[in-house]
Design a protein around this ligand. Structure first.
Ligand code: ADP
Ligand code: MG
Length: 287
C-alpha cells in the first residue's frame, strides 16, 4: 500500500517559468514518517498536492495502492478521505461559530450520521489536546498554536490513513512547535497514521522522520534516511539548506580521522553526538 509518483512533471498554466516539478519519482509506503524539505519555491507545496489529486500532473502518473488516480471512474473524493492534507496556515480556513462545529465540518462532508460526526470530532479534539472547555468557544478566541491544533483536528476527524502537513510549525513559538511535532509522533506511533511533513528546516524534523525527501528547483534531489542525506553538506548548502549542527560536528570529526579510518558514525541530536563521541573516545583510550 502506497502513494507512488512516476516521472511526474507539473507546469502551472499561467506561469512562464520553469516547471514547478520536473521528473519526480518517489514512493511513500503506508506507515512511514516522511519529511519533505527544500528552500522556498523548490516545489514542496506543488508536490504534496499531487498526493491527494488536488493537482493533476502535466506529465507522469500518480498511483494510490497501485491504481492511477486520474483514470476515469476513480473516486478522488474517496481518496481525499484517505489522504488528508493540511495547508500552510490551516487556521486561516477556520470559519465555523465554534471549535466543535469546525472540527465537525470534514466528517459532515463525508456524509456520516450526526452521532458518528460528533464522536469523531470529540476524539480528534482530544488527540490534539483541546479539552471540552474549548469546544464551544469561537475559533477566533484561541491562541495561534491552539487554532492550528483545531485545524489539524478537523482533518483527523476524517480519520485519514495518510496525513500530509504543509509547514505545520511555521510561525509558532518553540513550545507550540514541539507540541505539534510530538502530536504527529503520537499519531504515527499510536494510531499508525502515515505522516508526510513539509518543512524548510531539516534540523527540526531530523529526529522524527524515517526518510527525508529534498526538493530543489522542482527536482527531487535526495530521498534517504536523515543521516545519509546530511552527508551531502555542501550540496545542501547550495540549495539553501543547512545540516543539523550535531550532524556537522560528528561528520567533521569523522573527516579528521578522530574515529579511525572509514568510521561509520553519525549523529543528529546533542544526545546522539555525546553518545558517539564518548563511546569512541573510550575505545581510543584503550588502544
Ligand atoms: P514551495 O512550497 O517549496 O515553496 P511551491 O510548490 O509553492 O514551492 O512553488 C514551486 C514553484 O511554482 C515556484 O516557482 C512558485 O513560484 C511556482 N508556483 C507556486 N504556486 C503557483 C501558482 N499558483 N501559479 C503559478 N506559479 C506557482
Ligand atoms: Mg510551500
Amino acid at each position: 500500500m502506497s502513494i507512488k509518483l512516476e516521472n511526474v512533471s507539473y507546469q502551472y498554466r499561467d506561469s512562464k517559468r520553469r516547471p514547478a516539478l520536473s521528473h519526480v519519482s518517489l514512493e511513500i509506503k503506508k506507515g512511514e514518517f516522511i519529511g519533505i524539505a527544500g528552500h522556498t519555491g523548490s516545489g514542496k507545496s506543488t508536490l504534496i498536492q499531487h498526493f491527494n489529486g488536488l493537482i493533476q500532473p502535466t506529465k507522469g502518473t500518480v498511483l494510490f495502492d497501485g491504481k492511477n488516480i486520474h483514470e476515469q471512474g476513480y473516486s478522488l473524493k474517496e481518496l481525499r478521505g484517505k489522504v488528508g492534507l493540511s495547508f500552510q496556515y490551516p487556521e486561516h480556513q477556520l470559519f465555523e461559530v465554534s471549535v466543535f462545529e469546525d472540527v465537525c465540518f470534514g466528517p459532515k462532508n463525508l456524509g456520516l450520521p450526526r452521532d458518528e460526526i460528533e464522536k469523531r470530532a470529540k476524539e480528534a479534539l482530544d488527540l490534539v489536546g483541546m479539552d471540552e472547555k474549548y469546544h464551544e468557544k469561537s475559533p477566533f478566541e484561541l491562541s495561534g498554536g491552539q487554532k492550528r491544533r483545531v485545524a489539524i483536528a478537523g482533518i483527523l476527524a476524517m480519520e485519514p490513513e495518510y496525513f500530509i502537513l504543509d509547514e505545520p510549525t511555521a510561525g509558532l513559538d518553540p513550545v507550540g512547535r514541539d507540541r505539534i511535532l510530538q502530536l504527529l509522533k503520537k499519531l504515527h506511533e499510536e494510531k499508525g497514521i502515515t505522516i508526510i511533513l513539509v518543512t524548510h528546516s531539516m534540523e527540526e524534523i531530523a529526529d522524527y522522520v524515517d526518510r527525508i525527501l529534498v526538493m530543489d528547483q522542482g527536482r527531487l534531489r535526495f530521498d534517504d534516511a536523515p543521516s545519509e542525506v546530511f552527508k551531502h553538506k555542501a550540496e545542501l548548502e547550495q540549495m539553501g539548506l543547512s545540516v543539523p549542527f550535531y550532524s556537522f560536528l560528528v561528520d567533521e570529526l569523522v573527516q579528521r580521522g578522530y574515529f579511525g579510518k572509514n568510521a561509520e558514525v553519525s549523529a543528529i541530536t546533542l544526545q546522539q553526538a555525546k553518545d558517539v563521541i564518548l563511546k569512541n573516545w573510550k575505545r581510543n583510550q584503550k588502544l
